[in-house]
Design a protein around this ligand. Structure first.
Ligand SMILES: Nc1ncnc2c1ncn2[C@@H]1O[C@H](COP(=O)(O)OP(=O)(O)OP(=O)(O)O)[C@@H](O)[C@H]1O
Ligand SMILES: [Mg+2]
Length: 237
């Protein structure tokens, strides 16, 4: 099976050599841990290497994220979009026409989301997809069984595409655990307190069909974006 490099320094090693082509990979972390940056770097690096990217935003508008990525890291997604290297899909998309509100039944929202994904994948035909994020869509599904089968439905749409995907998921009421079950790989990112310092941590919790590095490492955020360092956040150094 063909591997796809993520472009995130130090991360491919943790995965045992990158993602498998066409796989659905979940990145789980609490708020502010770096999920959105993670997916942005994956798409930005891919574009640098001629890979077509698609970014799907379920909670924010495109312009907001583009601005955030520009002020944080200088990534120019306006240019990438203009040149046809990256396509954005957000909640204001006319095909979805579903501003996320409490008035829309959650089943309907997920069904429309699935259809939107299918349509966009067909027209854009991306190599890489980043979905930011899934937990909010599934939060209102009461039955765990239904939640699991709906997640499987959405993941099947992604697997039918030739694209390699990162799906970000926040940590909320166990929804993240159910989303993780269906994924081909799981990466956990978090914040760790070491003395007076807070550091970000990263580890790969599963990767179907691959060996992984069973270590917690430091995830560093800087003006250059993300670096996965070779050291553990738990050691004093
Ligand atoms: N140039 C930079 N150097 C260091 N850290 C940065 C830089 N730019 C942004 N950050 C940090 O990155 C963090 C943003 O992470 P991100 O938005 O990816 O988190 P998230 O897990 O997606 O959170 P949310 O739950 O809000 O979606 C912010 O806390 C911000 O301080
Ligand atoms: Mg985010």
């Amino acid at each position: 099976m063909e591997r796809v490099g993520t472009g995130i320094p130090g991360y491919d090693e943790l995965l045992g050599g990158g993602f498998f082509k066409g796989s659905v990979n979940v990145v789980i972390g609490g708020t502010g841990t770096g999920k959105t940056v993670f997916g942005g770097e994956f798409i930005h690096e891919g574009a640098k290497h001629g890979k077509k990217g698609m970014v799907v935003l379920t909670s924010e508008e495109t312009e907001y994220i583009r601005r955030e990525w520009y002020t944080s890291f200088g990534w120019d997604f306006w240019k990438l979009e203009e040149e046809g290297d990256v396509t954005f899909v957000d909640i204001a998309d006319p095909d979805l026409r579903l501003q996320k509100t409490v008035e829309i039944a959650p089943d309907e929202l997920i069904k429309s989301f699935k259809k939107l994904l299918e349509n966009k994948i067909k027209t854009v035909n991306p190599d890489l997809i980043f979905i930011d994020s899934l937990e909010a869509l599934f939060l209102a599904i009461d039955s765990k069984y239904r939640l699991k089968s709906m997640v499987d439905d959405v993941f099947n749409v992604l697997r039918e595409a030739a694209a390699t995907c990162i799906v970000a998921t926040g940590v909320i009421y166990g929804v993240d655990e159910i989303i993780a079950y269906s994924a081909d790989s799981i990466t956990n990112i978090g914040m760790v307190r070491v003395g007076n310092n807070i550091q970000r941590s990263i580890h790969v919790a599963k990767h179907r069909g691959s060996a992984i590095v069973n270590q917690v490492r430091v995830l560093q955020l800087s003006d250059n974006g993300i670096d996965v360092l070779s050291q553990s956040p738990y050691l004093e150094f």
